[in-house]
Ligand binder design. Structure first.
Ligand code: FHN
Length: 586
C-alpha cells in the first residue's frame, strides 16, 4: 500500500458512496428517523487547541501534528499533561439530548493514533499514557445506555501517524519497509475488536479517510464488525463502496434530494478538534437551516462539537446547542421521522409525514403570502402555525398553494406552517416558480444542458474547511448551452445573476449569449483566476456577476438560457443562476 501522498487531503480520501444497506430492518432501523446527531472530536490535539510552539494554526485542529510536522515521539509526550478532569459523560449526554440530537459519534482513535479508550493493543491510550487514567468511552457508553442513546465510535483505519506501518506520517524517518498489513493486523483490527467487545452495543463504526485502502482490507474490517456486532452500522468511509450508509463530503449540504441512506457531517465553527482561537460559530438559526435542508433532501445532519483539553464543551457552543434544542422541542414533530418533500423554496424547505406537509419558513414573507409548490393529487384540508396552532387561510391553485401569513413570524428562528392534505404527498420535483419578492436560485444540476458537463467540485478554504459546488464545465463553442425552465405566477422584473469561476486571465473575459423568450443579449464574464494549483480539484473563486434586468409576463414553462460565444468561455465553471426581484414601479 502506498502512502496517501497528494491524495491525503483531497475528496478522494473520502472513498465512494456506500453499498445500499441490505437489511435496514435488522440493522440501524433507528437511523433514518433520527435526523440529528452529535459528532465529538476529542483527543490529544484538544490539549494543544490549535497552537504548537507559539504558532497558531488556522483550520482543523486535529491535524496539528501533521501540519506542524511534530515527530510522533514528541507528540506522544503531550499525553503526559492531558488530564481532562472536567470530563463528565453524563453531562455530555445531557447536552446531546438537550440539543435535540438523537445519536452520538465520538473519536475513539483519530489520525494521531491515540486511543481515547483502554487498549491492551497499544499503550498509546488515555488510560495508560495520561495522568487521567480513566476510560471516557466506557463512561460515555454507560451514560448513553442509561438513556437509550445510540453511540458510535470513529476509528481512523488507514491513517495513523503514530505507527510507522500505517499511512499518513511522512515526516518521521522510517527504517525498512512500511507494511500496512502489519499495522492492520497488529493495531486496527484488534482495537476495533476491543471497541466492539468492551462497550456494549455499538450503533455505528464510523471510518474515515479510507484513501488508498485495498478492497480486501475494507472487506476484512467489515467482516469482523458483522461477526462481532451484526447490528452495528458502518459508514461509507470504510472505503471501496462498502458500508451501510453514505457519509457525504465534510460540510456538504446538498441542494437537491439525495437518494439512499446518508448523513452530512458539519463543523460548528471551522474545526472538528478544539481550536482555542476559532470563534467562527454558526448561530442557531444557521444550524437549524442546515439541519432542515439536509432533512428535506432525505439525510441526517451530524453536527460536531470539539471539547477542550480539560473535557469542557466550549460554553458558547453549548448555549447555541441549547437554543437549537429549544426549537426542536417545540418543532421536532416537523423533523424527526419525516420524509423529504421540497428542498428548494426560497424561504426554507419542506418535510412531510403521511398526509402532513411541514413548511419550515426561515425567511418570513413580508407581503403576508407564503407560496408553496402544488401538491399533485391532493387537496389541502387545513393550514396552521405549529407554534400556536392558529389556523391560516389558504388558496390552492393548480400549480401553487398560497397561505395567508401574519405580519410577524411566530418563531424567532424558523416558523413551521403545517398543511394537512387529504392524501399522502407524492414525492415530486416541482418546476421552480419565480415568486414576486423572492430570489429564485437555480443550480447547475437543475439545468437542461447540451455541449457542457456537470462536475462536482470540492475544495478547501481554511485548511480542512471544505466547500462544494456542482458546476457546468467544458463548454463546447459553438453548441454548449444551459437552460432553466420555471413558472411565473405573477409578472415582474428580475435581475439575472450568475455564480461562476473562470480561470481565464485578463480583463477581456469571455463573451456569452443570454436567451430569454424571443430576446438574445450578449454579455461578458470576466476571468476570476484561481488561487490554488491543484489541477484535479482547484480552489474555485466563485464570483457573482449581475448580467442584467429581465421582465417576465405571467405564464408557465418560461426559460432563460446561456451559451458561450467565444472559445475563452470553454473553461468557465458555472455554479448557479439566480433571478433577483427588482422593484421598478413605486
Ligand atoms: O481528516 C479527517 C478530519 O480530521 C475530520 O475527522 C473529518 C470529519 O469528517 N474527516 C477527515 C477529513 O474528511
Amino acid at each position: 500500500m502506498s502512502a496517501l501522498s497528494s491524495r491525503t487531503v483531497s475528496p478522494e480520501m473520502w472513498g465512494g458512496p456506500a453499498a445500499r444497506c441490505a437489511a435496514l430492518s435488522e440493522r440501524g432501523s433507528w437511523f433514518p428517523d433520527a435526523k440529528f446527531g452529535m459528532f465529538i472530536h476529542w483527543g490529544l490535539y484538544s490539549e494543544l487547541g490549535g497552537c504548537w510552539q507559539d504558532k497558531a494554526y488556522h483550520g482543523i485542529g486535529e491535524w496539528i501534528q501533521w501540519r506542524a510536522r511534530i515527530p510522533a515521539a514528541e507528540y506522544a509526550r503531550v499525553a503526559q499533561r492531558f488530564h481532562p478532569v472536567d470530563f463528565n459523560a453524563r453531562e455530555w449526554v445531557r447536552t446531546v439530548q438537550d440539543a435535540g440530537m438523537r445519536y452520538l459519534v465520538i473519536t475513539a482513535k483519530h489520525h494521531d493514533g491515540f486511543a481515547m479508550f483502554r487498549s491492551a493493543v497499544s499503550p498509546f491510550n488515555i488510560v495508560d499514557a495520561t495522568p487521567f487514567k480513566r476510560d471516557p468511552l466506557a463512561e460515555l457508553a454507560e451514560a448513553c445506555r442509561d438513556v437509550g442513546m445510540p453511540l458510535g465510535f470513529y476509528y481512523s483505519q488507514t491513517q495513523d501517524w503514530h505507527e510507522p506501518d500505517a499511512v499518513g506520517n511522512e515526516w518521521d524517518a522510517v527504517e525498512g519497509e512500511r507494511r500496512f498489513d502489519r499495522y492492520l493486523e497488529a493495531k486496527a483490527l484488534p482495537q476495533i475488536e476491543e471497541l466492539l467487545t468492551n462497550y456494549g452495543d455499538v450503533a455505528i463504526l464510523w471510518f474515515d479517510t479510507p484513501g488508498p485502502i485495498a478492497r480486501e482490507d475494507s472487506l476484512q474490517l467489515q467482516a469482523r464488525i458483522r461477526q462481532l456486532q451484526p447490528g452495528c452500522l458502518i459508514n461509507s468511509r470504510i472505503g471501496n463502496e462498502l458500508g451501510d450508509y453514505e457519509t457525504l463530503g465534510d460540510q456538504e449540504i446538498p441542494r437537491q434530494p439525495h437518494g439512499g441512506l446518508w448523513e452530512t457531517i458539519d463543523t460548528h465553527n471551522d474545526t472538528w478538534g478544539y481550536v482555542a482561537h476559532d470563534r467562527n460559530w454558526k448561530a442557531p438559526a444557521e444550524i437549524l437551516r442546515r439541519l432542515v435542508q439536509v432533512a428535506a433532501c432525505g439525510g441526517n445532519y451530524v453536527l460536531n462539537v470539539g471539547p477542550d483539553g480539560r473535557g469542557r464543551i466550549p460554553a458558547l457552543a453549548d448555549r447555541m446547542l441549547q437554543s437549537v434544542g429549544t426549537w426542536l422541542e417545540a418543532n421536532g414533530t416537523a423533523l424527526y421521522g419525516t420524509i423529504p418533500a421540497v428542498a428548494s423554496v426560497p424561504w426554507g424547505a419542506c418535510t412531510a409525514r403521511d398526509k402532513t406537509l411541514y413548511a419550515h419558513v426561515f425567511d418570513w414573507p413580508r407581503d403576508g403570502r407564503l407560496l408553496l409548490p402544488g401538491v399533485p393529487g391532493a387537496r389541502v384540508r387545513s393550514v396552521r402555525n405549529l407554534h400556536d396552532g392558529a389556523s391560516l387561510a389558504v388558496e390552492q391553485l393548480p400549480e401553487h398553494i398560497v397561505v395567508q401569513t401574519p405580519a410577524m413570524p411566530p418563531d424567532a428562528f424558523a416558523s413551521v406552517v403545517v398543511l394537512e392534505l387529504d392524501a399522502p404527498l407524492v414525492a415530486q420535483n416541482p418546476r421552480p416558480s419565480l415568486l414576486s419578492g423572492w430570489p429564485l436560485r437555480m443550480d447547475a444540476a437543475n439545468a437542461e444542458r447540451s455541449g457542457c458537463r456537470l462536475r462536482k467540485r470540492s475544495w478547501m478554504e481554511k485548511f480542512g474547511d471544505w466547500k462544494h459546488a456542482e458546476c457546468l464545465e467544458e463548454w463546447e463553442v459553438p453548441g454548449g448551452e444551459a437552460r432553466w425552465t420555471f413558472d411565473v405566477p405573477e409578472a415582474g422584473a428580475f435581475y439575472l445573476d450568475l455564480e461562476y469561476s473562470s480561470p481565464t486571465e485578463g480583463d477581456e473575459g469571455s463573451e456569452w449569449i443570454l436567451r430569454c423568450g424571443s430576446s438574445e443579449t450578449p454579455f461578458v464574464l470576466l476571468g476570476t483566476g484561481e488561487s490554488h494549483g491543484d489541477e484535479a480539484n482547484p480552489r474555485l473563486l466563485l464570483r457573482k456577476c449581475r448580467i442584467g434586468l429581465l421582465e417576465f409576463t405571467r405564464g408557465s414553462g418560461q426559460a432563460v438560457a446561456i451559451q458561450p460565444k467565444d472559445a475563452a468561455g470553454r473553461q468557465t465553471r458555472l455554479a448557479a443562476v439566480t433571478l433577483v426581484p427588482a422593484r421598478i414601479e413605486s
